[in-house]
Design a protein around this ligand. Structure first.
Ligand SMILES: [Zn+2]
Length: 167
């Protein structure tokens, strides 16, 4: 299981010690009341469909799944609504401007080696922009739902894309 380990309290700088807190062994500050809770990260992903019901995918530049295709997605900033995260990542990775139509699902991804994450997956539609790959992707392209690439990272097909109506 993924573990977050720290040496010092981020609030007062005293050392952290292992202790039983709320039925789990956790790191607790030896100098103040701080307890380190290693929560999942928050992330958003966008399922952008065009008027032919093709889905927008990016070929990932970075690990995990570097070189494989995936939905545009990324981590939520602390001052950002999850919808805004999805739209920002879509634009940064593909050049496409989109808007959210609905929340498709919230998916728990326990096997991301960086950190487990809760991913809010939004159905989106195109409102503008020009397709091009951005900073975190080496390529971006549209795929028919019946012609998805085989090398799809993050179990995107099983967890999300295979569940979309084929229309
Ligand atoms: Zn402390």
């Amino acid at each position: 299981m993924w573990q977050l380990r720290a040496k010092y309290c981020p609030l007062c700088g005293a050392g952290l010690v292992l202790a039983m807190v709320e039925d789990r062994e956790r790191q607790r500050c030896s100098g103040c009341a701080f307890v380190l809770y290693p929560n999942p990260a928050c992330a958003s992903a966008g399922v952008v469909l065009d008027d032919r019901r093709r889905v927008l995918l990016v070929r990932r530049r970075i690990q995990p799944y570097a070189g494989q295709w995936a939905l545009p997605a990324g981590y939520q900033e602390v001052d950002e609504d999850p919808r805004a995260t999805a739209l920002r990542e879509i634009y940064e990775e593909t050049g496409i401007r989109a808007e959210v139509e609905s929340l498709f699902d919230m998916i728990y991804v326990p096997d991301d080696p960086r950190r487990p994450a809760n991913v809010a997956v939004f159905l989106c539609r195109v409102v503008g922009g020009v397709l091009n790959s951005g900073s975190d992707a080496t390529d971006a392209a549209w795929f028919g739902l019946d012609a998805l690439p085989q090398d799809l990272g993050f179990r995107n097909a099983e967890l999300i894309l295979d569940r979309l109506p084929r229309g």
